[in-house]
Write a protein that binds this ligand. Structure first.
Ligand SMILES: Cc1ncc(C[n+]2csc(CCOP(=O)(O)OP(=O)(O)O)c2C)c(N)n1
Length: 327
């Protein structure tokens, strides 16, 4: 979790992004061992969005996400050991090994959950915000989504409802240009911007650089303040780019759905490397602090993977536990 001390903000944003990147790089490195038997959708390249948004949230604020949720779970302060154990399918996982990568939950951290049916968490997050409004709690809910989720009917119903009732919710759309292998050009009319879809429902909507954690933070801070003060929801479209394959630990550029030139141009805009250079140029990069952080982080990650590897699988007799069933 990122502390709110402004003097520390740059370092905290960098550390948050590096933590997300390193955890996902470790998932990618271990994935071929065939011990993680669930699909994984990595956010490598998109780290600035979760780092910047989560830095603007209070610990008791809530967040929900979809299939690409590791970064959001970690950014919100979700327990790393429970996440890795979940991906390993172990009893110590945050869903007792039943859910895998796409069903992360840490209620203590305010991460209410991730659901991989595209768009499905948007109405749930809207319901959370509605409940907070009804019960007069000053909490804000963030719904993380991909731009393809804006093509689901439930997105429009939810944003309309949130707009109508001025709910304390911020919709954060990471627009990485693709829905699996389909670019925007085969999915939506030309020249229509994603943020305009939300603006059409009467909510405040902005487009921002999703690779700049500070820009994301500033947008998120203003949005969260607006939502919390009862002035209604905000929609943020953050432009960013997925580096690895849509689903899995590898790369998929060879399939040909995106050009190498486009891919490389986004690699050059690496949110972590560019931000690190910016902190260095500003003279606010503390190399000693960063080295210590990296060492602590490497140890933390290694331990999480070792513990997950050695943890027990759920007992077969508990197969029906945690399942809603008609009696
Ligand atoms: C309702 C539904 N339709 C289709 C899918 C298959 N699917 C999984 S991820 C995905 C693309 C999602 O794209 P986007 O929301 O932009 O997120 P990204 O993967 O780019 O992060 C699709 C179509 C699904 N999970 N749910």
């Amino acid at each position: 979790m990122i502390p709110h001390a402004p003097a520390d903000l740059g370092a905290a944003l960098l550390e948050s992004m590096v933590r997300i990147r390193k955890v996902e790089e470790a998932i990618a490195a271990h994935y071929p061992e065939q011990k993680m038997r669930c699909p994984v959708h990595l956010s490598i390249g998109q780290e600035a969005a979760s780092a910047g948004v989560c830095a603007a949230l209070r610990p008791d604020d809530l967040a929900m996400s979809g299939h690409r949720s590791h970064a959001h779970y970690l950014g919100k302060g979700g327990n790393l050991n429970a996440m890795i154990a979940e991906i390993y399918g172990k009893e110590t996982g945050c869903c007792h090994g039943r859910g895998g990568s796409m069903h992360l939950v840490d209620l203590a951290a305010g991460f209410v959950g991730a659901v991989p049916i595209v768009g499905s968490t948007i109405p749930i997050a809207t319901g959370l915000a509605f409940a907070d409004r009804q019960l007069k709690r000053d909490r804000v809910t963030v719904a993380f989504l991909g731009e393809a989720a804006t093509e689901e009917g439930v997105f429009h119903e939810s944003v309309n409802f949130a707009s109508l009732h001025k709910l304390p919710i911020v919709f954060v759309c990471e627009n990485n240009l693709y829905s699996v292998y389909s670019p925007m050009s085969v999915r939506q009319p030309a020249h229509r911007e994603v943020w305009q879809l939300a603006a059409g429902h009467g909510v405040t909507a902005h487009q921002g650089d999703g690779n700049d954690p500070l820009a994301v933070y500033e947008l998120a801070r203003a949005s969260v303040a607006q939502a919390r003060s009862g002035q209604g929801p905000v929609f943020l479209e953050l432009k960013t780019y997925r580096w690895r394959e849509h689903c899995g630990a590898g790369f998929d550029n060879h399939i040909g759905y995106r050009t190498e030139a486009e891919y490389q141009s986004w690699r050059e805009r690496d949110p972590i490397a560019t931000f690190e250079r910016r902190l260095q140029a500003a003279g606010t990069f503390d190399a000693a602090r960063f080295a210590q952080f990296n060492a602590r982080l490497d140890a933390e990650i290694a331990q999480a993977f070792a513990e997950a590897d050695h943890a027990p699988f759920p007992a077969a007799t508990t197969l029906m536990n945690h399942v809603y069933a008609a009696s």
